[in-house]
Design a protein around this ligand. Structure first.
Ligand code: NAD
Length: 400
């Protein structure tokens, strides 16, 4: 099992042992097909449907009539209908749902909402949206989900189902962007964003999220672009949220520059990094100006307490820091991985070290992910270091 997911290993093993699950690289005939292939974007954030198309083209020759094809991949509006058209191009002998009338093959979209780490619970308990190209398509697909889903099954049309899933992730992205924009505003006004949000959240109908170094993962940072691409004139707020969140890593890099300058170790950075002046009184370990600075980057994952580095802003920040400043020594700390990802391993000035070693060696400590292991660090261990805390965890400790 290549995927780290509680209880999945046992479930797969049992299904294989009972003869209920086999794997093949040849497309078999089946009464129900689930398409759950990647849906990335390319170029200027245009959806890349080539995997969905390849899967569809593999399924098409197998169809005999009576099958249900369900798209589970998070997809741009209209993708389920395009699958219907693609099949129709390859199989003019079949009547597909987009053609009207009673189809030979039923097509529906049922977006997946499971949270990695809780998949084997949520796959049963979550509510499901099932959108058919026709009401009969939705009903036929829902029959499958009723066999194992304990949550509610909500029937709709395919495009509404596609939009519902994208809306869930865009909602999250816009709310995170709001918190990130507040961070920029509060920095400008020299007030503490964490305190401002905490006070605002005392209002009974306000629940602002926490700012951070950007948005990662292969869902929230990707899916809103599918809405922007489908309705560029209308999706102004959703686009602005994406741009706000994508700009956060650069803001963090500027803060690191200021911290390096304040540490008195700016020499290793050269002139390009910062000209904001230094205060060698506040320097931590090591002490002479002109010596390459050592920076600890705490966390590489895209969110707390997981090992997933996909689309991670923490990883991007660490890479940029190391690549743009080859004289700086970068100590990456990621308790959830045992070796550096290839992009960092290729850089000669980056090492993967323990939290203790990083705190001992670094003059500048950059907190990028609020892993539990980092929340356990006491302020005493950070004394004398320049801190860039993108998650506000040490600030909260200082206040508590
Ligand atoms: N992982 C999640 O938690 C999650 C949650 C909700 C939605 N989704 C959505 O589900 C989709 C898949 O995500 P994932 O994380 O499982 O991706 P993944 O890259 O981990 O897995 C996709 C699988 O599809 C296979 N594949 C690619 N092309 C194929 C083809 N033509 N025929 C057959 N198989 C093919 C790949 O070999 C791979 O095993 C995406 O649209 C994603 O946005 C994922």
């Amino acid at each position: 099992m290549p995927i780290v997911e509680p209880n999945l290993d046992e479930a797969i093993l049992e299904a294989v042992e009972r003869g209920l699950l086999t794997a093949t690289t040849e497309m078999p005939h089946a009464s129900v097909y689930l398409i759950a292939v990647p849906t990335p974007f390319r170029g200027d954030h245009e959806p890349d449907l080539r995997h969905v198309r390849a899967a569809t083209e593999a399924i098409a020759p197998q169809l005999r009539g009576g099958e249900v094809v369900i798209l589970e991949s998070t997809s741009p509006p209209g993708t389920t209908e395009r699958i219907s058209e693609w099949i129709s191009d390859l199989r003019p002998d079949l009547k597909l749902p987009h053609m009207g009338g009673i189809p030979d093959v039923h097509l529906a979209h049922c977006p997946e909402r499971v949270l990695p780490g809780r998949i084997m619970v949520e796959i049963f308990t979550n509510d499901r949206v099932v959108g058919g190209l026709t009401p009969e398509c939705a009903e036929r697909a829902a029959e499958l989900y009723r066999t194992f889903v304990a949550g509610e099954i909500v029937l709709t049309d395919a495009t509404s189902a596609e939009m519902a899933k994208l809306t869930e992730n865009a909602f999250r992205d816009v709310n995170i962007a709001f918190a990130n924009e507040l961070a920029e505003i509060c920095d400008h006004l020299e007030v503490d964003v964490w305190e401002v949000i905490s006070m605002a959240n005392h209002h009974p109908r306000v629940n602002i999220l926490q700012p951070g170094p950007g948005v990662g993962g292969h869902c929230i940072a990707v899916d809103p672009w599918f809405i922007v691409s489908a309705a560029p004139e209308q999706a102004r707020l959703i686009r602005a949220a994406r741009e706000t969140n994508d700009a956060r890593p650069r803001t963090v890099l500027t803060k690191v520059a200021e911290a390096v300058a304040a540490s008195g170790h700016s020499g290793g950075f050269g002139d390009s990094f910062s000209d904001s002046g230094g205060d060698s009184d506040s320097a931590g370990a090591g002490d002479s100006d002109g010596v390459g600075v050592t920076i600890a980057c705490l966390g590489l994952a895209f969110k707390a307490d997981i090992d997933d580095l996909r689309e991670s802003p923490a990883l991007a920040i660490t890479e940029t820091l190391a690549a743009e400043h080859p004289d700086a020594r970068i100590l990456a700390v990621e308790p959830h991985v045992s070796r550096l990802p290839a992009t960092l391993a290729a850089l000669p000035n980056v090492e993967l070290v323990s939290t203790q070693e990083a705190l001992r060696e670094a003059q500048v400590v950059v907190l990028l992910v609020d892993h539990a292991a980092f929340r356990a660090i006491s302020l005493g261990e950070l004394r004398g270091r320049q801190l860039v805390d993108t998650r506000g965890i040490w600030r909260r400790e200082a206040v508590a």
